[in-house]
Design a protein around this ligand. Structure first.
Ligand code: BEZ
Length: 387
């Protein structure tokens, strides 16, 4: 019974996607993801989503995968990207979780003309002033998620905000985008701090300083292990009952919100995907993912899934090598689990909805209660001259 149900769900989720994959050729793909460090779980989730898309496309044997651990460290990422391109001679690369790694590999990718499908790292410059026709992003840009939250929080009446984030490219870009739109909408940033990335175990001193600034709310970006530690300490140090916590939705990702437990209840954040999106495409995807992995998919799973799906679509359209994959990737457009997904030809960044959600109790567990949708968010070109 369970197998029949799964087969039906998969068929429904991907009927159009499976059709016409007969032209798939041997494509060698280098997966560059963290398998260690603070973002290791994110890398595994992206890989699971990616493999699911290839299987669903019905041609996973036509894609040869070579996997490398970036450790979420820029120098390691560059060394591994060079190995994938020069030694393994991959036709395309997929992955990269950290904005710092993406910034570090950008020139090598551009120079070697190997298409890279970014399945997480939000570095604004990679689809802005340092864009490349070889870099296509199916995840998000850091500004794309945080800019709408600045406007939204000002609109609901939040006036004074204190911000916190890890001290690396993503932390700065996410907070800059939030602060800019929040201030433009009339809000005030009453203080800001950047914490050492991957090293901060005790957020106590930062939280004490934040509280002393008397904000209406605190807005943060943290992801992976740091998000779990931060959300738990925010609650246990007693701030949650007095100062509401907001952020980009990686803070309370379905991937690890269970590890945060009740401390995550009431936290309001924004993302481009949550498993509670109420569409037939998403319901089918969630059911198929749960049947395969016994857990709800997170934004990282969907990013991996869409990275696999755009590659399958490119091959379906006749791509066989680096140049033709590059050409096909910028033409991708479909409606999937997250809603509409279009690659913007002006920047190669994804155009997509952003969802504001609150983490709420659901029986013994936690779920994502949708409280707003900002439709079809598209980044400005920001100095990108692709078109
Ligand atoms: C980034 O470095 O771009 C990033 C890492 C984890 C989650 C979201 C963004």
């Amino acid at each position: 019974m369970k197998n029949h149900l799964l087969a039906a769900l998969m068929a429904c989720a991907s009927a159009a996607f499976v059709a016409n994959t007969a032209h798939a050729a041997d494509i060698k793909v280098g997966l560059l993801l963290p398998k260690s460090g603070p973002y290791a779980a994110l890398g595994k989730e992206i890989e699971d989503g990616f493999n699911m898309a290839l299987e669903e496309g019905g041609k996973s044997e036509d894609f040869k995968l070579v996997t490398e651990d970036s450790e979420a460290k820029p120098q390691v990422g560059v060394a591994k990207a060079r190995k994938l391109v020069l030694q393994d001679e991959v036709d395309a690369m997929v992955g990269i979780v950290s904005s710092a790694v993406l910034g570090a590999v950008r020139d090598f990718v551009d120079g070697s003309k190997v298409p890279l499908v970014v399945a997480n790292a939000g570095n604004d410059e990679a689809t802005g002033k340092n864009c490349s026709r070889y870099i296509t992003r199916v995840s998000f840009s850091n500004a794309q998620i945080n800019r709408p939250m600045g406007e939204w929080m000002a609109r609901i009446g939040v006036k004074k905000v204190y911000t916190l984030a890890p001290d690396y490219a993503a932390g700065h870009q996410m907070i800059d985008a939030f602060a800019e739109s929040f201030k433009a909408a009339g809000g005030e940033i009453v203080g800001s701090e950047y914490t050492p990335f991957g090293k901060t175990q005790d957020f106590g001193p930062y939280l004490t300083k934040a509280k002393a600034a008397s904000p209406d709310a605190i807005y943060v970006f943290y992801a992976g292990k740091e998000a779990i530690t931060f959300v738990k300490q925010y609650d246990s140090f007693g701030l949650k009952k007095d100062i509401p916590l907001y952020g980009s939705g990686f803070l309370t990702s379905p991937l690890y919100v269970a590890a945060e437990g009740p401390a995550a209840i009431g936290v309001t954040t924004a993302l481009h995907y949550v498993p509670t999106i109420n569409t037939p495409e998403n319901k089918a995807f969630v059911a198929a993912f749960k049947a395969k992995f016994d857990r709800a998919p997170s934004e990282f799973a969907v990013q991996g899934y869409d990275a696999g799906r755009v590659l399958v679509e490119a091959v379906k359209a006749g791509a066989t090598d680096r140049a033709s994959i590059t050409e096909q990737l910028s033409k991708v457009s479909y409606s999937g689990p997250r809603g509409p997904l279009t690659i913007d030809p002006a920047t190669n960044n994804v155009i997509q909805n952003i969802y504001v959600y609150e983490t709420v109790a659901d029986g013994d567990g936690l779920t994502q209660k949708m409280i707003g949708t900002i439709g079809l968010v598209r980044d400005p070109a920001n100095g990108c001259t692709l078109k």
